[in-house]
Design a protein around this ligand. Sequence first.
Ligand code: SF4
Length: 381
Amino acid sequence: MKKVLAKIDEITADPYRYVAHLKERTGKKIIGCFPMHVPEELVHAAGMLPVVIWRGNELVTWGHSHVPPYNCGVTRTFIDDAVKGKLQFMDGMVFHVRQCLQAGEFPLIIERNVKPAYMEILYLPPIYEGEAIKSFLLDDLILFKESLGNFSGKKITDDDIIKSIGIYNENRSLLGRIYEIRREKPEIIKAKDVMKIVWSSMLMPKEDNNELLKELISKMEKQEVKPEPDRLRIILVGGLCQTINFDILDIMEELGLIIPDDDLYVGSRYFANKITDFEKNPIKAIANRYLKKTPLCPTKSVWDIHWADEAIKKMKLNKAKGIINVIVKFCPPHTTYYPDFKSVLAENNIPELAIEVEHEIISFESLKTRLQTFTEIVGGV
Ligand code: SF4
């Protein structure tokens, strides 16, 4: 297990180096996909390598002249990396502009300052009732397929897409299996390692990642662990679009919390919902996955089910005692949903804590104090 985790550690410690090397090794074009909803399968079917755009690892400097400081970490660091020329290995970039205001700003800044060889903008509509949304989404995806085909010089057939969906679905199943094992014996793996595992899937060719995950699963299945029943089980929710600082996860565990499951983007949300019924019309099947209402995403304008109800279900399934909302600083979709989320948890007497996570260094001391108080409250429930 250690060997596989070390490999994943190496990839995620320096994604720039890894992806640049990947391009050299495979000779394939690299396409950066804005989180959280670009259908990577179509990029894969075009014979290119999709990688999910990540939050950078440096303090934002040059980027400040292009993007305001009150943007979220992933948007600020991506612009910063891009204008510094750190993303030259990306042949193309795909954005979807309706997700939030900050995602909407992106294409213009990138087009003016970075000028990638390929840039595509998807709309990806909100999930309102009715056929109009479905046909709009389908058109959006068909145009995307055509533009990928034009850039790659490859005519993308249904068979290509079906094959790619199969590989992506396998990846979803494997990540799901890792989560199942973790649910059964959460002591087996640290929360930061789980986040790195999911992140590795966003960076690696899925075929390679599938092999790595299979190896990891076989080790995890055999590994015996000593149960630690005194630890308090909690569920993390949110963390949209980006990894969170790994030290925060370590602090939670040091304080006696344990995370058997999550509802994080670089977590269970990334691999939720396999694509089904894709043999006849694979693009429609990709659209149907986007149209799924759960796990509820505050960027999709779904109002008939509630995010907090979904979180409570997950909490109960995992016999957890509380929920920590991980809110990315300056993320309007999560922040605007949060008051309602909190009031539903309060009505249900669910212990909850909201922590705001920031790209820049935050005060771990005050965070630790808040987490400690929360641990004491949950422990007394
Ligand atoms: S983290 Fe929030 S604000 Fe930033 S791009 Fe994602 S949804 Fe938009």
